[in-house]
Design a protein around this ligand. Structure first.
Ligand SMILES: [Zn+2]
Length: 149
């Protein structure tokens, strides 16, 4: 029997939980100080391809820590929880991504992505909206808080 692939929405193979195929790209982005700059991927085959790249970029950022330990973001959350202080114990940098599929005038698809330092991004929100997540336009912990209640 071959490899079993879970089927997700629309009958397509379900995306793997972990995806860090762009981990090396993130390493370069950090090393070359390209955080905060919009970057454009090479041309994608079509919209679906671009959309897959977009999601992979998000996931790669989610699992990336500059300390280089592949399990760091799984073992150590970005924020304090469960008696742990949160963040990388090795002083590594965590990254957030904003990625959009874009199309040029000739109908060619690309992904435009901006990576940011996660701590700085969070600090910017706190500076603007205050420390209470209830006052933020988007509360990333809302679902977790509801579930724990
Ligand atoms: Zn780390």
């Amino acid at each position: 029997m071959g490899r079993v692939i879970a089927v997700g929405e629309g009958g397509r193979p379900q995306a793997p939980v972990r995806d860090d195929r762009f981990g090396d790209v993130l390493g370069l982005v950090v090393a070359r100080n390209l955080l905060g700059r919009p970057l454009l991927t090479p041309q994608c085959r079509d919209f679906d391809h671009a959309d897959e790249i977009r999601r992979a970029l998000y996931r790669s950022a989610k699992y990336y820590c500059s300390c280089g330990h592949s399990s760091c973001t799984r073992r150590y959350r970005n924020y304090p929880a469960g008696g742990q202080p949160g963040g990388c114990p090795h002083g590594g940098q965590r990254i957030s991504a904003r990625a959009d599929v874009v199309k040029d005038a000739d109908g060619r698809y690309y992904v435009q992505v901006t990576f940011r330092d996660k701590t700085a991004a969070m600090q910017a929100i706190v500076d603007k909206y205050g420390p209470d997540p209830d006052n933020w336009p988007y509360n990333p912990w809302a679902r977790r808080i509801r579930k724990d209640d």
